[in-house]
Write a protein that binds this ligand. Sequence first.
Ligand SMILES: *[C@@H]1O[C@H](CO)[C@@H](O)[C@H](O)[C@H]1NC(C)=O
Ligand SMILES: *[C@@H]1O[C@H](CO)[C@@H](O)[C@H](O)[C@H]1NC(C)=O
Ligand SMILES: *[C@@H]1O[C@H](CO)[C@@H](O)[C@H](O)[C@H]1NC(C)=O
Ligand SMILES: *[C@@H]1O[C@H](CO)[C@@H](O)[C@H](O)[C@H]1NC(C)=O
Length: 394
Amino acid sequence: MKLKAPQAWHLSNGNALNMPVTRQRPTPRKPQWIIILICFICVALIGAYVYPPRQYSSCYFFASSVCSPFKDWLPPMARVLTDDEFSSHVFIRDILSMPHVEPKNPKIAFMFLTPGSLPFEKLWEKFFSGHEGRFSVYVHASREKPVHLSRLFFGRDIRSAKVVWGKISMVDAEKRLLANALQDPDNQHFVLLSDSCVPLHNFDYVYNYLMGTNVSFIDSFWDPGPHGNARYTEHMLPEIQLEDFRKGSQWFTMKRQHALIVLADSLYYTKFKLYCKPGFDGRNCYADEHYVPTLFSMVDPTGISNWSVTHVDWSEGKWHPKAYRSQDVTYELLKNITSIDQSYHITSDVKKKVTTVKPCLWNGMKRPCYLFARKFYPEALDNLLQLFSNYTII
Ligand SMILES: *[C@@H]1O[C@H](CO)[C@@H](O)[C@H](O)[C@H]1NC(C)=O
Ligand SMILES: *[C@@H]1O[C@H](CO)[C@@H](O)[C@H](O)[C@H]1NC(C)=O
Ligand SMILES: *[C@@H]1O[C@H](CO)[C@@H](O)[C@H](O)[C@H]1NC(C)=O
Ligand SMILES: *[C@@H]1O[C@H](CO)[C@@H](O)[C@H](O)[C@H]1NC(C)=O
């Protein structure tokens, strides 16, 4: 867990600390005192440039304006934690350090977040068949009761509630799915999928990819633009600083410890519930795009991949990502997506969009980034079924 003191903290407290010392300076009645003082300041300044000060006390001699250049050289001072934050850190650290006990029959929980029926059940059935006992399915249908066409989905609906796009109810549905899936101690990895998601590889490949590593595949990046940091509000202080705020796609996969943290956390969750919503404080913040990416970049930054294993194509630059119709679904398209081995993040700043390209590293090795893809129209089902055995050879 990293704790950083923000610059603002230094400034306000730096002033407070300097005040009494400044007042204690000798009154300028005796000129020799002034000369001595100026000489002393000069020597100290030169000394400070040559040997950057290591201790905060060096700053006490200067007014804060003189001192500010030196602040960058000082070690950051830890902020005093609030009570909630302190207990939160204690339990999160405890969950993260739990010894890993591998169950005899480790499973992956596939959690579908959908408004109603799932158009690709038949495709998923093809994906799952022959692997009974190594996966479990959970369906959260937020609008209408789904009609299931595959036996693997019968009786897998969990109690659900309405989901409003961009609001905390989306995160609540994710938590509901995690809570249901955590009840089965065999579930070791948890995958969140939508009704428009399809698998890109065969079951064994996906199973080994997710179970063979210790990280959660959670998308998380720093976006200084209007669709990133501009959504941050200082109401989230002191626990969430602007520099902690992250953005990312909601379609995660997470290991069991991380799923427990999502359910155990109320401190950070409450901040997003109260202050990250459409229209709050003149901002349109969407909790599902920020809560999980921010939480894990704060509490376990090296335990997450920073990219999502669910592919989506934003390259058209529209408000919605590209959605594939029946005729778009070709062997070539699927091969194109499965061969991508670099993740892209583009900041939303209109003037200087920054694109970050990083190799997708799996246990330190470069591997294809994506296991699933969205968004596919229901009409694409037949093509996908036909191509499935062909494009998922690995
Ligand atoms: C995951 O972490 C545990 C404990 O730190 C370690 O024993 C295990 O080898 C790791 N597994 C992988 C695949 O890195
Ligand atoms: C993910 O990003 C964080 C910074 O937010 C960094 O500390 C961490 O090392 C990154 N993780 C990986 C696997 O690169
Ligand atoms: C596949 O990728 C190649 C090279 O990037 C591109 O030229 C082609 O249009 C892509 N095909 C499809 C169907 O996306
Ligand atoms: C599978 O892919 C190969 C290679 O592109 C192609 O020649 C073959 O016709 C495909 N088979 C089917 C059933 O689509």
